[in-house]
Structures are given as C-alpha cells and as structure tokens.
Design a protein. Structure first.
Length: 883
C-alpha cells in the first residue's frame, strides 16, 4: 500500500480531489504544487495510516518507515539540504490535516530537526545566530508543548522574566546570545519536568511529532468538535511533513494570512495581515499587532504600520497574482497562509475560506454575476439553515446606546446577554435558559462549547483572524474581538472598562457589525430581505419546483411571511384565534354549554369575530391560496383552570360556578392528544364545523365582492383516519355552503381536504382521496402516532437516545424518512391513484427543515408550509432539492 504522497516541484503525487486520503491541507498543498506555485516540498502521510493506527492497537503499517525515509530523501534532493546534517540541515514542519479543517487537532510543530549540533550548522549556514536560536527556542517550546505535554506557560514565564531583566519589550529585541540562554533554560525546564532530556535525535523527534498528530485525533476537544459537526471518527487525519521556510530571518522576511475577499463583508478585495520577522502563528497569536497586507485596508483601519503592498511591493504583486490564480482555480474565496523568506514568497496553505453569511451571499452573487460560477452553484453554496442568522435582529439604529468601547467587528449581528467569564459557565447558564455573552481575553479551541452556548463573544485581544473571530464567523455568532480597553479579570469575574466594572450576570450588548460594546439591553430591530440575499432568493425561486407556504393565522405573522416570500398559507390554525383577548370567554361558553341551543348561542358570538379574522387574512393574501384547518385540539385546552376563570365564565353564562366546574371535570381526558379532538370533535359537535365553515364562506364572499376577485379557501379537516369521518364533516361544510348561498344569493367556491396525520389515513389514502381535493401531511402528529412517542413528553428520553445513537436525529425536527417518510410516500402515491391532480403539501415543523424538504421534493409534493421565519430557508432548500 502507498501510505505517503510527495509534493514538490515536478514530483507531486496528489491533487485537490484527494481530500479523503490526503486531508484538506495535504490535497491543497499538492494542488498548489501542481499549479506551479512556490510551495516548500514535503509529503503527506495519508488518513489511512491514522485509521490503520487505531484499528491495529496504535501500530503503524510496516512499510511506513521505509516510505517516509524515501520521501525525506526526495525532499532533501529538492532542497539541497539533509535531515540531521551538520552542514546544511533540513528542517521540517509537521502539520495535522483532516478532510475538513478541524480546530482542536494537534498544533503544528515547526523547525523540527534542530538540536545542539544542527542549530550551529543552521547559524553558520545562514550566518545568523539570532535566527538560528530563535528557531530553536520556538521548536523546543512547540515540541515540548504539543508532543511532550510540557505546558507552554513555563516557557512563556522564562521568556517574560528574561525580557524584564534585560528591559526588552519585543521578542525581536533579543539577540542570538539571548536566545542561546533561553534555549538552555528551556531544555533544563523540560528535563526538570520530564525527568529526561529533550530529544536530540531528529528521527526520534519526527516520529514523536507524527505520533502526536495521530493521537490528537482522539483527544476530547477533537472528539467534541467532531460530534458537534457530525464528522465521522473513521475519517482520520493526515500528517503533512514539509520543508521549513523561514519568516524569521530579519526585516526582509515575514509571515502572514490572507483572504482573497473580505470574509466579513464579502467585498471583492484582498484582505489579510502579516508580521515582519516572525514565524508560524505569531500573527494570530497576537504577539505583536499585525500589519495590513493592502494599502486600502491599512488606510481604512487608520493604521500607521506600513502595508505589505508598500514595504515589499514585488512580493505583494506576486502574492496578489497567486491569490487571483487560486481563486479562479478553486472558483471560491480562498483563505491563505504564506511566508516570505529573504524576499521570496512561499505558499503554505490554501482552502476555501470561512465567511459570514453576509459575505457568503455577496461572494456567491458576485461570482455568479461575473460568470465565475453559475447561478445554480451560487444557490448551492449557501446552507439554508445558515439563513437563520440574517433573520436575526440587529440593533435598532435609533435606539440609545450606552457605549462602553469599540472593538473589532469580527462577526456581524447583535447579541445581548449576561456576562460569563468562562465556557463552562456559558454552558451551565444556557442550560438554565439564560442568554449569555462569553467575555474572554482571547479564546482557544477549549472554548468551542462555550462559544456554542453563548449568544455572542467578546474578546479583549486578537485581530480579525484571531481564534474567536474565525470560529464565531463559522458559527454565525456575533463577535466583537480585540476590545483592548476592556480589562478582564477572569479569576475574580470582573470586567472593567473606562472606570466602570461589570460582574458575572450583568447584561451587556455587543454589535458584531460595528464592534460596539454597550451596557445593558438595547432595542433590536427585525431583519428584512434585501440586496444579495434578495437576489439569491430570486435565483432560488427560478430553480425550485415546489411552492412555499407558511403556517400563520395572525395578520402580523402573515405579513412577516409575505415579506419573506410566502406564496400561500398552508396551515391556518383556527384554534389559535380562539385564545385571543375576550374571545376565550365565548369559546369557554361554547365548550361548557349543556345543550345544542346554548352552544349555538355561544358560537353565534364567535361567528362575527372569526369571520373578521378570515377577512383580514384573505385581504392580506390577495389571490394566494389559503388552507384553513377546522378546530383541532382537545377541548380541555380551552377550559378555565383557575377559580377566577371559572367564576367569570359562570357569571357570563348565568350558572352556578360549582356546576360549571363539574362540567369542566367531565371533559377531562386521560390522553387528550388521542382523545376527542380533530374531526372527532367536529362530529360530536357539528355546530362548530358549521360556524367555522360559515365564517369562512361569508368572509370569502365579502372579500370577493369588495375586491372584485375570487377567493377560494381550502378547508382542511384534521385527524381523519376513516373516509366516513371526512364524509360526515364534509357534509356539514357542503350543507353550510348551500345555506350561505341561499342567504347571500351567491355560491361560495372552496375545496375540502384532509390532514394525513394518522397512520391509518396514510394506509387508506386511496380511499380517502375520493372525498378530498387535497392532502396536507401533518407530520408532527404523524411522527407522534407512527412512533407512538408523545411529542410533549419526548424530551426526557430523546436526548439520551441521540447520545447513545439509538436515534440519529430528533424525528420531530427532521422527518424520519425511513419510517414516517414511507407513510408519506405511500399516501402521496395512493392519493394520486384515485385523483391524479390531488394537491399535496406538508404543514408539520418539517416543512422548514432542509433535509425534510429534500425528501418532499423526491415525493413530488406541490408545496411545503413552514413558520414565517423559516420561509427563506424553505425557498432555498427547495431550490437545492432539485439541483
Ligand atoms: P493550522 O492548521 O492551525 O493552520 P498549519 O499546519 O497551517 O496549522 O500551520 C500553522 C502555521 O505554521 C502556518 O500558517 C505557517 O505560518 C507555519 N508553517 C507551517 N508549515 C510551515 C513551513 N513548512 N514553513 C514555514 N512555516 C510553516
Ligand atoms: Mg493552528
Ligand atoms: Mg494553517
């Protein structure tokens, strides 16, 4: 088996398509080499080695050593340097790289191969002691930390003490002799901690680092990350071993990171940061304040430090050309890492860059407009569920702001919550139902769970490419980073700024769009569809086949849904209308009536109110379809519970409160969700269906007449299991239509259909379709009744089911395609057998879930209906479902 793949001038064995085998980083290093870009040569040990390692009790494949040695020989030839040489030593970087970028994996080890002899050779060869010993101290610290498990704080303390003693402020102030002293102190520290000396043998160093990468695949924080992102364990990680290039050889050298477009706004402008005379992750670690790559960014940031464009114009020009080449090649925005050694550019990484949703939309739309990608590809590039972020509130521009400070606008959106100072607290508070803002000096991979739990993240150190900024953008969480005037005392849980201090639990607001940090809670405003978002949605609308409707009954909800592009109402739940204001009193009267006469009297009070509700909706919906569901829930949901309520209803009905209480008790059911509800109720009390049908017809005729158009409501009967049930309710509806026609001299137009929400209805759909013009899949109840799981009681065990992998997903969130889906498919097929043009839709929560929507497309439903805020998600998901 081939376990090792080389990359380098004229020798590259892999390419970008081999991410599974080589990991993302390895595959892209190979691709860049193939493109003829300046990439230091190296090789990738495949993910299969990782899998093998864990399957075989942490043993490497027997051929591995030999293949690694051959690869090193190839690198030696390309670089004209030798590993462990005492004249021209080859130094290596050892980097982890899974298929998808995975924070939490082992940190990179740089400058591997140095020891007391090779460092002297390096110094002599470069004629630069400072550079050689700076590299050595970095190596000892990194290797000790990530491979030997010696905490990096020890090394930082030694360095800080040394700098204090010598009155140095920057690391770059230290001379070669200084670093020599530091190196000696570091090595003593390692020996003290481990009881054995730092490994001098480069071969031993290499295998130590390789092993550490594989071991890091199974450490808790990597496992947590995989669990959160549904990354399978057996993917494994690759290891990239690469010749070092050096950004720390002086003023003519540098290291940096860049995005080919702005990852926060999506603006088509190169964006990045770099540090002169630095190495590795100095830029992101916030050791010195980095400099901007372009002049444009420098001016916008009011920075006085010169840009790369100004200081190294030739390197900049070459880098810019590389960026353009890579963006065109990958047809997506790239996130790049590079190093400049003595004025020569080296590319160390490229990948599709993480970006905010706002940037993602802009980039997709811009690239499609420029013809770099198709509209279909643009539509496919946005994850429907991510749209949620844009549908979140932002700070009302007219609200008062008690501004504490301004940091970097690292990830847009506004968030408000109680301060917590560590990730565990964030998680606990969130579990207790509180919104929190995680406030930290800076974040690290150990904070992922806290960042997930928090509404927003505030850091006092680090730039736009700091850990907090990158991760928050990926998560779509608002983040203000590098708010330097804030002091965080995490141990005592105090944050102070500008003479004011805040403790744990104090509420603050952050605005990730402009970097503001505000005291207290601030007025927020609702989002709207505009710009790139609107454009992309229009493209999605051109592509999708299914219609998107909404579940709404109040004018406010209907308006929101319409503004988000709803094409109809798929579910108008009439019972929701019964709870509002004074109506509940009349509803209670109706329920507690003893005789048909009494009930009709109470219903007569509800009629005009209900009619007006429908008028309002028909007017707002103009000629879009509206499906109205007749009364569905068990009556006890409306019953008066408190003595006060009972007294009020009794007074209204002019009866004794005690008698009323008894009637209410008679209506109690053991299992109301399976009791007298839905069509059963409409059959027990036909007056209810008649009143509702009348209200619908009168409203439809009224709006038709006043606006000179046809309103054709779709009346939906809930919880049907038998055709005969539907026939009875249908008869009351049809009868009412005739009465109304006689009274008003005009026959209402309407259709009647049924929910499919009981397994029996799905099984007998061929039969039921004879009496229905449409089916609407009520997948909430259908899931409940198919599984026999009460959706109101599921929380106590579904979580554990998911933990123990009994069930992969919550079936109430994402449709159980294997089981419940079969019933949906069956009913769709059989319904069409009876009535070829029967209209089919879904109105459960699943109508807003992308995976469920994809399934609906395969079944050929006519529409999905979801809550108003999910409408854009559904529009996009429905488009992706046909691509
Ligand atoms: P991460 O996955 O955390 O980005 P990388 O493997 O990309 O880790 O390494 C981090 C940094 O280490 C790089 O951005 C680069 O600055 C430095 N680095 C990695 N390999 C080399 C190399 N061959 N020469 C010089 N610097 C390197
Ligand atoms: Mg890293
Ligand atoms: Mg990197």
């Amino acid at each position: 088996t081939k376990w090792v793949y080389i990359f380098g001038e004229n020798k590259t064995e892999g390419d970008a398509s081999m991410k599974e085998l080589l990991g993302g980083k390895g595959a892209n290093l190979a691709e860049m080499s193939r493109l003829g870009l300046p990439v230091p040569p190296g090789f990738t040990i495949t993910t299969q080695v990782c899998t093998h390692y864990y399957e075989e009790g942490q043993q490497y494949p027997s051929e591995l050593k030999e293949q690694v040695h051959a690869a090193i020989a190839a690198v030696e030839e390309l670089t004209e340097r030798q590993f462990n040489s005492t004249t021209k030593p080859l130094l290596l970087s050892v980097r982890s790289g899974a298929r998808v970028s995975m924070p939490g994996m082992m940190d990179t080890v740089l400058n591997l191969g140095l020891n007391d002899r090779t460092v002297e050779a390096l110094a002599k060869d470069a004629n630069d002691d400072r550079f050689a010993y700076d590299s050595y101290r970095r190596f000892i610290q990194m290797y000790s930390d990530v491979v030997l498990g010696v905490d990096h704080d020890y090394f930082e303390e030694i360095l800080e003490d040394f700098k204090d003693e010598h009155d140095y402020s920057l690391d770059t102030d230290l001379t070669g002799d200084d670093w020599k002293e530091i190196v000696a102190a570091y090595k003593d520290k390692v020996e003290e901690e481990l009881g054995r000396p730092f490994p001098e043998d480069p071969e031993e160093q290499l295998w130590g680092a390789v092993g550490a990468v594989f071991k890091s695949w199974m450490i808790p924080r990597a496992k947590t990350y995989r669990a959160l992102h549904e990354i399978p364990e057996d993917w494994g990680t690759a290891v990239n071993v690469q010749a070092m290039v050096f950004g720390n050889t002086g003023e003519n050298s540098a290291t940096g990171v860049a995005f080919t477009r702005n990852p926060s706004t999506g603006e088509n402008a190169l964006y990045g940061e770099f540090l002169i005379n630095a190495q590795g992750e100095d830029v992101v670690a916030g050791i010195r304040t980095p400099q901007d790559i372009t002049e444009k960014a420098r001016i916008e940031a009011h920075s006085e430090k010169p840009s790369l464009e100004a200081t190294m114009p030739e390197v900049f020009a070459e880098f810019k050309a590389v960026c353009d080449k890579l963006e065109n090649h990958y047809r997506d925005m790239q996130d790049l890492e590079f190093t400049v050694e003595h004025g020569k550019l080296w590319m160390l990484q490229t990948r599709n860059g993480k970006r905010t949703l706002k940037a993602a939309l802009k980039i997709a739309v811009d690239m499609a407009k420029d013809g770099l990608i198709t509209k279909e590809e643009a539509v496919e590039r946005i994850a429907p569920s991510s749209l949620d972020q844009l549908l979140h509130p932002t700070i009302d521009p007219n609200s008062e702001r008690d501004e504490l400070t301004v940091g970097l606008p690292a990830s847009p959106g506004a968030a408000c919550g109680a301060i917590v100072f560590n990730s565990d607290d964030a998680e606990t508070e969130k579990a207790n139902g509180r919104s929190v803002i995680l406030v930290r000096t800076e974040t690290s991979p150990e904070d992922i769970h806290g960042m997930h739990a928090a509404e927003g993240i505030l850091t006092t150190r680090g730039g736009m490419t700091s850990h907090a900024a990158v991760v928050a953008r990926g998560m779509g969480k608002p983040c203000v980073a590098g708010a330097g005037s804030i002091r965080v005392d995490a141990r005592n849980e105090i944050m102070s700024v500008d003479g004011r201090s805040f403790g744990k639990g104090d509420v603050i607001t952050i605005d990730g769009g402009n970097g503001q940090v505000l005291a207290g809670k601030v007025q927020m405003q609702e989002p709207e569809l505009s710009g790139d978002f609107k454009k992309l949605m229009e493209w999605a609308d051109d592509i999708r086949r299914m219609n998107i409707r909404t579940n709404a009954e109040t004018p406010a909800d209907v308006k929101v849904a319409l503004s988000f592009g709803a094409e109809g109402i798929g579910l108008c739940r009439t019972e929701h209308m019964f709870f509002e204001g004074e109506r509940i009193l009349a509803v209670r009267e109706m329920i507690l009536s003893d005789t048909v006469q009494e009930r009709k009297a109470a219903l007569a009070k509800l009629l005009p109110i209900q009619r007006q509700d429908f008028i309002d909706i028909f007017e707002l919906m103009v000629d879009r379809p509206v499906t109205i569901r007749l009364l569905d829930p068990p009556l006890h949901e409306f019953l008066p519970k408190t003595d006060e309520d009972i007294a009020e209803v009794a007074k209204q009905m002019d009866i004794d409160p005690e008698e009323l209480r008894e009637r209410a008790e008679e209506l109690e059911e053991f299992n109301p969700m399976l009791g007298n509800r839905g069509c059963r109720l409409l059959i027990s009390y036909p007056e209810i269906a008649e009143m509702q049908a009348r209200a619908i017809f009168e409203a439809a005729l009224d709006v038709s007449k006043r606006h000179g158009r046809k309103v054709t409501p779709e009346i939906m009967v809930p919880l049907v299991g038998l055709k005969s049930e539907l026939d009875i309710v249908r008869a009351s509806i049809d009868g009412t239509a005739e009465v109304v026609a006689k009274e008003l001299g005009e026959k209402p137009e309407y259709s009647v259909g049924t929910m499919i929400e009981l397994p029996r209805a799905a099984l007998l759909s061929e039969d039921i379709a004879a009496s229905a013009e449409f089916f609407s899949f009520g997948t909430n109840d259908l899931t409940q009744t198919t599984f026999g799981i009460s959706r109101d009681d599921a929380a106590s065990f579904l979580g554990k089911y998911q933990d123990r992998k009994v069930m992969e997903k919550d079936p109430f969130v994402s449709l159980d395609i294997d089981g419940v889906g079969q019933l949906v498919k069956l009913a769709a097929t059989n319904g069409r057998k009876t009535k070829a043009d029967i209209k089919l839709g879904i109105c459960g929560e699943h109508g807003g879930d992308p995976a469920s929507i994809a399934f609906c497309e395969t079944v050929g439903l006519n529409y999905v209906s979801c809550s108003p805020f999910r409408v854009p998600v559904a529009r996009l998901a429905a488009a992706q479902a046909v691509l």
